[in-house]
Design a protein around this ligand. Structure first.
Ligand SMILES: C[S@@+](CC[C@H](N)C(=O)[O-])C[C@H]1O[C@@H](n2cnc3c(N)ncnc32)[C@H](O)[C@@H]1O
Length: 330
């Protein structure tokens, strides 16, 4: 199954590409966004791609093997800081793109265990070379922990009942197939109890999303890369993130808002100039460029786009803070 990139042109436009710049595609997938980034770069530009899925890395190596501007690493984008530090490019990245979640080729490959539609082993790992599978996690976790994951990562209102039923069924025999889990969840959420506005969602959607996010530590990875963002980017470097659920988007939105306050409230104390600059440097690191959602046409052509939100921010040139007329702030 071919993955159709979401907000393809919007994302590349938001990166505001410098043709000889250095870019990171943190979620290579099938390479749709990477291909368009490369088409905007001259021979002096460079694109470093990351993916946790070794199959995506193989795809990248195959399709761009002749392109010396391109390299791809089998690694989480949460480790981008280490990688970029090792290749001596800290503070030199002109743009970072993250298109979160999983690809259609992962979702529709039953053997990966992401799908409640196709039966397969209950795996759900993006990186199959390491970590616990969903089946192992379900076999080992307490009812409280399963409830917590379903509630907090899936916003599943039937979390307690589903967790109780999982424990009941796993005592009879291990839950190792996606259809087994999907049936347990669906039997709890009878269609009449699904909220009106989610009539078209499969009852297991939220539970599968929650377990996938937990297994792959998805929110932790986003939080880590955001923490490192300022050091990764060059002055005026852009961060572009496409989220597919409210938890991901909330993290990104809060990060951008927190670090893009132009006029931070200063304590009513006499401060030295360097103290003021310090306060500005931490709360005024990025300029909020804005958010974009897919058009109705894109959603019609690609249903996966319906929940996408793209957010973009630009690293502020530090010299701007130093040039700022500090007397205005007191
Ligand atoms: C939605 S797809 C990206 C699609 C891609 N932009 C395209 O146009 O083909 C997300 C990809 O990111 C990868 N991924 C998700 N979280 C990751 C992480 N923390 N580090 C590296 N790759 C990740 C997944 O394995 C998947 O291949």
């Amino acid at each position: 199954m071919h993955h159709k990139s979401v907000l393809l042109h919007e994302a590349i436009e938001a990166l505001n590409i410098d043709p000889s710049g250095i870019y990171i595609d943190g979620t290579f997938g099938s390479g749709g966004h990477s291909r368009l980034i490369l088409s905007k770069l001259t021979k002096f530009g460079r694109l470093i791609a990351f993916d946790k899925d070794h199959l995506s890395v193989e795809i990248g190596k195959t399709i761009f093997n002749q392109d010396s501007r391109f390299s791809i690493v089998h690694m989480s984008f949460s480790k981008a800081m280490n990688y970029v530090h090792n290749v001596k490019l800290l503070g030199s990245i002109n743009g970072i793109l993250l298109d979160l979640g999983i690809c259609e080729n992962q979702l529709f490959d039953a053997n990966r265990g992401f799908s409640f539609i196709k039966d397969g082993p209950l795996d759900m790992r993006m990186d199959i070379t390491t970590g616990q599978t969903a089946a192992q996690w379900i076999a080992m976790s307490s009812q409280e922990h399963i409830t917590w994951v379903l509630k907090n990562l899936g916003e599943e209102r039937f979390c307690k009942k589903i967790a109780k039923s999982i424990l009941f069924h796993r005592r009879i025999r291990p839950i190792v197939r996606t259809h087994e889990l999907s049936k347990i969840v669906s039997d709890i959420i009878v269609p009449s109890r699904i909220k009106k506005n989610s009539w078209n969602k499969h009852p297991a959607t939220r539970s599968f999303l929650a377990i996938r996010m937990h297994i792959n530590k998805e929110l932790e990875a986003i939080a880590k890369v955001l923490k490192d963002m300022y050091n990764l980017l060059s002055n005026k470097g852009r961060l572009v993130i496409i989220s597919f659920n409210s938890l991901e988007d909330r993290l990104v939105k809060h990060f951008i808002y927190k670090h893009s306050r132009i006029f931070p409230e200063l304590p009513k104390l006499a401060l030295t100039e360097s103290q003021i600059i310090n306060i500005f440097s931490s709360s005024c690191q990025f300029k909020n460029i804005g958010k974009i959602i897919p058009t109705k046409q894109e959603i019609k052509e690609n249903i996966r786009a319906r929940s996408a939100i793209l957010r973009c921010a630009e690293k502020i040139d530090k010299t701007y803070i130093n040039r700022y007329d500090l007397s205005k702030t007191i």
